[in-house]
Design a protein around this ligand. Structure first.
Ligand code: C2E
Ligand code: MG
Ligand code: MG
Ligand code: MG
Length: 272
């Protein structure tokens, strides 16, 4: 009640917490500025490879922020700040605009490339205008929906029916939907078959431990078998060793991504 709240508001000064809070406020303020300027925020693209043929099938778009004083800030940090403030909508829109405008050059540079993958935050999915604005950007940049894959977290799938409806709408337009970092959230396995999804991305933590830890090994096997049974494709994230790539292929995993195949890189032709 009010009395408890009043008390906790003036609780002991915690320097770690205070520092974290001011850090968050600085990131929030600077991100707002970065969004109104050019050059601080940019996209990089990491190849997704077909494990059987070793061909590049697609790219995942990942955002980067080169802060003028703090240097490179990892998206795990500033995406969270953006989500907690009101900035995620704007940042998400900036990302969509950037990726869709890069799409033609990326596809032209990599003839075998079939799609671009874009991470969507729950905050973006909550916006009832999301599908419409993606639709308009696709028209503007002449991007076909079947060359887009949207990555969402398991958490997003456990949210409102509106989010599931938006995902279904994107799929009706022709786009694909993947569950990112699969295995780290709390998806109910029995629900997977009813969800509007096409692909499971096996979290990097399982791939990293694949060769050394028998539990991770069993989890990876189970996820691949489950995905195959449900008609979903699988992408293994964070492949750093040829042995991991080889074992994943043997286990029936379709695609892979990781430093072994390629690091995220800026889209070159913008510089040419
Ligand atoms: P994610 O979507 O699971 O992206 C994969 C992350 O793993 C990327 O980190 C990528 O650089 C990293 N990675 C890829 N291969 C390897 C590898 O072999 N070894 C290691 N150690 N790491 C590898 P990044 O770019 O720092 O992104 C972290 C997370 O931030 C992403 O995880 C995603 O959740 C979020 N994020 C990044 N870009 C965007 C974006 O444009 N929009 C949204 N909403 N979220 C984004
Ligand atoms: Mg992702
Ligand atoms: Mg992931
Ligand atoms: Mg991740």
């Amino acid at each position: 009640d009010a009395k408890d709240k009043g008390r906790s508001r003036f609780c002991f000064f915690n320097p770690v917490l205070a520092q974290r809070t001011s850090m968050r406020m600085q990131i929030e303020q600077d991100l707002k500025q970065a969004l109104s300027q050019q050059g601080q925020l940019f996209m990089v693209y990491q190849p997704v490879i077909q494990l059987e043929s070793r061909q590049v099938l697609g790219f995942e778009a990942l955002v980067r922020w080169q802060h003028p004083e703090l240097g490179t800030i990892a998206p795990d940090q500033f995406i969270r700040v953006a989500e907690q403030s009101s900035l995620m909508g704007e940042l998400g829109q900036w990302i969509l605009q950037q990726v869709l405008s890069d799409q033609a050059s990326l596809m032209a540079q990599h003839p075998g490339c079939r799609w671009l993958s874009i991470n969507l935050s729950v905050r973006q999915l909550e916006d009832p205008q999301l599908c419409e604005s993606i639709y308009q950007l696709c028209q503007l940049y002449q991007v076909s929906f079947d060359s887009l894959l949207f990555e969402i977290t398991e958490t997003a799938l456990s949210q409102s029916a509106d989010i599931l409806n938006s995902l279904q709408k994107l799929r009706t337009f022709g786009a694909y939907v993947a569950v990112d970092d699969f295995g780290t959230g709390y998806s109910s396995l029995s629900r997977l078959k009813d969800l509007p999804i096409d692909c499971l991305k096996i979290d990097r933590s399982f791939v990293t431990a694949l060769l050394s830890d028998s539990t991770s090994n069993e989890i990876v096997r189970a996820v691949i078998r489950l995905a195959n049974a449900l008609g979903l494709t699988t992408v293994a994230e964070g492949i750093e060793l040829p042995e991991q790539a080889e074992l994943l292929r043997e286990l029936g995993c379709h695609k892979g991504q990781g430093y072994f195949f390629g690091r995220p890189q800026p889209c070159k032709s913008r510089l040419n």
